[in-house]
Design a protein around this ligand. Sequence first.
Ligand code: MG
Length: 406
Amino acid sequence: MFESPSGRRLGSPSEGREALLESVARIVVLGSTGSIGKSAIDVIEQDGAARLALHGASSHSRWRDLAEQAARHRPRFVAITDPSYSSSLKQALHGTGVEVLAGEDGVVRMVQDPATDRVCSAVVGAAGLRGTWAALEAGKIVALANKESLVVAGPLVMQLARERNTHVFPVDSEHSAIFQALKTGARAEVKRVILTSSGGPFRGWKKSQLSNVTPDRALKHPTWRMGPKITIDSATLMNKALEIIEARWLFELEPDQIEVVIHPESIIHSLVEFVDGSVIAQLSPPDMRLPIQYALRYPHRGLAPGERLDLTRAFALRFEPPDRETFPALDLGFEVMRAGGTAGAVLNAANETAVARFLNGELAFLDIARACRAIVEHHHFDPRPTLEDLLRLDAWARGELERWHP
Ligand code: MG
């Protein structure tokens, strides 16, 4: 018996899964050629007890990387979502026995395969919602790296998980820390959760210094090595804005139970404060393989997949309040998190488009949060949208942001 992130006890089907993990868990990694996907494959490869096996993997267009992963791990199948690469991939994997699937249907087939135990959802952006949704529909446990699934459709995703008697385990390092810290007390005893943020590459900068920031400069993160989209999100603090929304739905928190603190060392990954004033933190070097492994193996722990924290070496852990004036994305995130409904889907779509336009040199760094606020504020808010409403608004917000001018 173990607990899900939202504090529900898992019943007998999950006990079956728990027993299963004592043998081998077959994992499908969606977005296996991205930053998190590669780390997930690394975790599976390093798994000393050989309790994790790669059952399937998908990529949008990086067929060479996908072929390499497949040749090495021999999953049952791989899926390339851009079908124009499927013949190249088939050729590369000829004779390996790995079945090659194409398009979104291929992803659905892999995640819904009866032999699939867990799905690591690591596609970047709202595009990842599809795979998350298909996996939950099939009753699979989802190790969620795609925070956008919850930012866009948190209440619907969590409701689907409940209906199918399955669970979403966080891969995001902050949420993994909270998930672990929550185990030290009862849910009714939680006062608040505090997400840490490194502050990104522009911590300590003022607004005037940020007006001419180039994509190259914004892509240099001080503590984490990640893909380009999340690195820009970390520089604007939009990543933290998305993460507080993710935390609200994943842990079923009230909006005023969520706070953010800047912690430049990225050693404490987040904290939970209980009613008695006790604050429980989770510490480790900044390495995504640890939260990935925790989500793939939960409720069991594996051996450290990376370096251990060395406390014989002198170092300091600092905390400071976020600079909300310089990084307005954070307050926008709090407003959107409180609003719920359609606001998260609109913010996320606007931000994805704004980041792409910034990387193309079409928007200035400070325009990202400004443009997102403009689109969120003039969208037609609905407190209880359907999935179709959200997908329609996602497309609408992208179009609006494409047309937005400073
Ligand atoms: Mg994170």
